[in-house]
Design a protein around this ligand. Structure first.
Ligand code: NAD
Ligand code: 572
Ligand code: ZN
Length: 344
């Protein structure tokens, strides 16, 4: 089968590889749609993210949807022909985080396109049947693939306690910040402010329903947020850029007793935090690591029309043009936000 295999920095090859083998609890999926994520671009650029190094050739891609073409002997609830969104992180199911319902924190989780695990930019993948979620007929396979990044936004809003009437600041309007915008609004947030350096990404945030879009370096973001909240500060600030100064903005913009959610991960592990604000405002600083059991809710939000993930898609390329797809995603060519690769 054809696959987009990363051999090292800047060495992505479209080549023939052996198809995967399935077990009795698995389904075999004909991959149809894969979104390019920032982490795929990062592996292409550097051959690593932090301690995760591409030592052996690895297939990229983890935002995946496809059609079931075979089911293992033990599988119930999925049939050949079902259209599925694939959750990419398979935990061990036996450790304490797994047994206490926080399987995203499993130390042995195997996540697609995270070394040494192959990803989904190929024609066939195998998934445990319970990590392949059937989607209704009217949900497109592009939308189904984007249940994955939507899950990050959903988990961030859950961890932030976003609820009806919340005021929310989101720093960074990349695909992840934008999924936070959509989820916060779907959760009933009534004022959602967004910051970015790039005006076209802010226009997208406004198109999705953001209340105010603030240009970093042009607007005085802290002043603007205070003015927009009548001096109160936001209930929840969600950092989605990985930039240290955006984290400072979040801490400064959060109301006393508010919450700051750390989603963005920058190049540096060690960053400064305005601790006096954290202490004197009794802020809750919470991290997120991917997501846990978000797929059913995310599929509901999309299938009922509460969230339209199609609005993030700017470009589509066939697998044969995967290099071009990565170039568009990396350089933001032609206003690229979410680039989809069509497989098969
Ligand atoms: P992205 O690079 O496409 O988007 C980041 C955006 O932040 C860009 O639009 C950029 O212009 C903007 N930005 C840069 N500096 C800024 C600043 N000072 N203030 C405001 N905006 C600024 O990335 P993405 O795919 O949207 O992902 C966002 C972040 O979330 C990344 O750091 C990624 O690694 C992280 N992430 C974390 C998790 C997790 O589990 N914690 C999961 C997915 C993604
Ligand atoms: O959709 C999952 C996802 N997770 C990202 C980035 C993009 N997409 N994370 C940022 C990088 N980390 S990591 O811990 N790592 C490479 C395993 O640094 C995971 C979460
Ligand atoms: Zn991702």
């Amino acid at each position: 089968m054809k696959a987009a295999v990363l051999y090292g920095p800047r060495d992505l090859r479209l080549e023939d590889v052996a198809p995967p083998e399935m077990g009795p609890d698995d389904v075999l999926i004909s991959v149809r749609s894969v979104g390019i994520c920032g982490s795929d671009v990062h592996y292409l650029q550097s051959g690593r993210i932090g301690d995760f190094v591409v030592r052996d050739p690895m297939i990229l891609g983890h935002e995946t949807a496809g059609v079931v073409v075979d089911v293992g002997a033990n599988v119930k609830g999925l049939r050949v022909g079902d259209r599925v969104a694939v959750e990419p992180g398979i935990p061990c199911r036996t450790c304490e985080p797994c047994k206490t319902g926080r399987y995203n924190l499993c130390p042995d989780v195997r996540f697609l396109a995270t070394p040494p695990v192959d990803g989904s930019l190929c024609e066939l993948i195998v998934s445990p049947a319970d990590f392949a979620y059937k989607v209704p007929d009217h949900v497109t396979l592009d939308e189904a693939a984007l249940i994955e990044p939507l899950s990050v936004g959903l988990h961030a809003c859950r961890r932030g306690g976003v609820t009806a009437g919340s005021t929310v600041l989101i720093t960074g309007a990349g695909p992840i910040g934008l999924t936070c915008v959509m989820t916060a609004l779907a959760f009933g947030a009534t004022r959602v402010f967004v910051t970015d350096l790039q005006e076209h990404r802010l226009r997208k945030a406004e198109e999705l329903g953001a209340t105010a879009a603030l240009v970093v370096g042009k607007d005085d973001v802290r002043e603007a947020v205070l003015e927009l909240t009548e001096g109160r500060g936001v209930d929840v600030a969600i950092e989605c850029s990985g930039a240290e100064r955006a984290l400072h903005t979040c801490v400064q913009a959060a109301k006393p007793g508010g919450r700051v959610v750390l989603v963005g991960l920058g190049a540096d592990d060690l960053v400064t935090v305005p601790m006096v604000h954290v202490a004197t405002k009794e802020l809750d600083l919470v991290g997120i690591f991917r997501y846990v059991y978000t797929y059913p809710a995310a599929i509901e939000l999309v299938s009922t029309g509460r969230i339209d993930m199609k609005k993030l898609i700017t470009h589509r390329f066939p697998l044969e043009e995967v290099h071009k797809g990565f170039e568009y995603a990396e350089k933001g060519i032609d206003g690229a936000i979410k680039v989809m690769i069509e497989v098969g």
